[in-house]
Design a protein around this ligand. Structure first.
Ligand SMILES: Nc1ncnc2c1ncn2[C@@H]1O[C@H](COP(=O)(O)OP(=O)(O)OP(=O)(O)O)[C@@H](O)[C@H]1O
Ligand SMILES: [Mg+2]
Length: 442
């Protein structure tokens, strides 16, 4: 087998940092490099490598590619691993496995290849996965090789861990663990093979819409916000303040929900918990055109302890069979509901919602789709007026934004309910201070 690394690949393959992130743009030769990287220690009988991909389909694809190279040096693929003549093995796995993140704990893999790193939603999960990267074999150095494009649910933590405040191609030492880390970017131009054999590929990358082009063509990790994005700066701020990441369920707090009830189109339900001033958005359910029973099942399945279900006031569509409204249906299913009146104009909805934004924490693992919707919720540019429309543009993102926009009223309701509860049900006249905290008054 003859395989010669291209220049950037060689740099990635030669580095002796503990963690290597190779990537950014599409087509730079990341996957090929990863396949070859795992092969280095194939002649050591005690070498065990591990490769992790997103799901079974992607893994099979990887195995098919690796086979071409590994079989040429005498490996056979048995069960879920490659076995080399020396006795060395490379185990293959994917993230959709049950306990994907814990099943390797206690094992020893001297080399772990993680393809498409940003498919791992949080740094914690990544840390679990790499805990099995270690070596008790003299001469085998534990190392992790990751490849990735800048998209995917894990884009924020990957950026923080490997890219922010770092110079590409320079090795950094983690202050806490003392281990080394490097990011080596590559673009399609670093892959002469593809440039030669498929020169149109670069034209395809050039033709992509701006956000995707920045990521795939140039490997940019910048947080791109679409033009006219309504919550663009709010999302940037949320990211800066680390409010988008892993938001674990608080076991002793009730879970409330806010809804957008679609009339025969998309329905969205966000799940949240309130802790002090923090509003922790922990989960989401959405679907098109599903029977209402689907949502009851989705809620029950999650096993949360439910508080109040906040529904838009105007959701009075009746089910043709039972003649129930959505609210009646949910009450019949023993959920506590509350109707929320929405301002008529979307503009005032947004104005009311924005001050709440700094209090929101989003779980990226569960709410990825919703977060993407919030990022993309926008106004359209109006050519004749030479400014953005007042009203938001109606598309798939609207349902997510509309549902979440019930939040200010929902929070107000929860606060009042709490005060009533604390005052033993007496009527109280609540005033709020400038921080939105209740000031008691009778
Ligand atoms: N050193 C090399 N010699 C020969 N061919 C190569 C080499 N490196 C990469 N290639 C080929 O170039 C093509 C693209 O490479 P590869 O799939 O590794 O890129 P990638 O960065 O993983 O792309 P993507 O972003 O799409 O996942 C593949 O067909 C691969 O076999
Ligand atoms: Mg690839």
């Amino acid at each position: 087998m003859i395989w010669k690394p291209h220049k950037k690949q060689e740099q990635a393959l030669r580095t002796n940092s503990f963690e290597i992130l190779f990537g950014g743009a599409r087509g730079g030769g990341k996957s090929d490099a990863g396949i070859m990287w795992l092969l280095y220690d194939k002649d050591n009988a005690r070498y065990r490598g591990l490769v992790i991909r997103r799901n079974a389909t992607d893994l099979n694809d990887w195995i098919a590619r690796a086979r071409l190279k590994y079989e040429a040096v005498g490996a056979v693929f048995v069960g879920n691993e490659f076995r080399f003549p020396s006795g060395a093995t490379i185990v293959t796995g994917h993230l959709k496995d049950d306990q994907a993140f814990t099943k390797y704990q206690g094992h020893e893999y001297q080399k772990i290849l993680i393809e498409e790193l940003t498919q791992i939603a949080s740094e914690e999960l990544y840390m679990k996965l790499i805990s099995s990267c270690r070596s008790t074999v003299p001469g085998l150095k534990p190392q992790i090789f990751c490849t990735s494009n800048p998209d995917g649910v894990g884009r924020f933590w990957v950026k923080r861990r490997f890219i922010e405040r770092r110079i590409p191609g320079e090795q950094y030492t983690d202050e806490v663990s003392g281990r080394t880390r490097i990011y080596i970017p590559a673009t399609v131009e670093d892959n002469p093979t593809i440039m030669q054999i498929d020169p149109d590929y670069i034209n395809y990358l050039e033709s992509l819409p701006p956000d995707l082009k920045a990521q795939w063509r140039y490997g940019s990790w910048d947080y791109t916000i679409v033009k006219g994005a309504i919550y663009g700066s709010d999302m940037i701020q949320a990211n800066k303040e680390n409010r988008i990441g892993l938001v674990p369920l608080l076991p002793y707090e009730e879970v409330h929900t806010v809804w957008d009830i679609g009339l025969s189109d998309k329905m969205v339900c966000w799940f949240f918990q309130v802790k002090g001033l923090e509003v922790r958005v922990i989960d989401i359910v959405y679907d098109d055109n599903k029977e209402w029973g689907f949502y009851v099942q989705a809620l029950r399945e999650r096993g949360y302890t439910y508080g109040t279900m906040f529904l838009p006031h105007d959701s009075n569509k009746r089910d043709p069979k039972s003649l129930q409204t959505f609210k009646e249906f949910m009450i019949a299913n023993r959920f506590k509901t509350e109707s929320i009146e929405r301002p008529k104009s979307k503009l005032s909805v947004i104005q009311e919602f924005r001050p709440i934004f700094p209090r929101l924490f989003f779980d990226l693992t569960k709410c990825d789709e919703g977060i993407r919707a919030l990022e993309a919720y926008r106004r359209q540019w109006n050519e004749t007026r030479n400014m953005y429309d007042d009203e938001p543009y109606h598309d798939w993102t609207s349902h997510y934004a509309d549902a979440l926009a019930l939040m200010p009223k929902a929070l107000e309701h929860l606060k009042n309910a709490m005060i009533q509860f604390q005052s033993g049900g007496e009527e109280v006249n609540i005033q709020y201070n400038e921080y939105g905290e209740p000031v008691y008054g009778y």
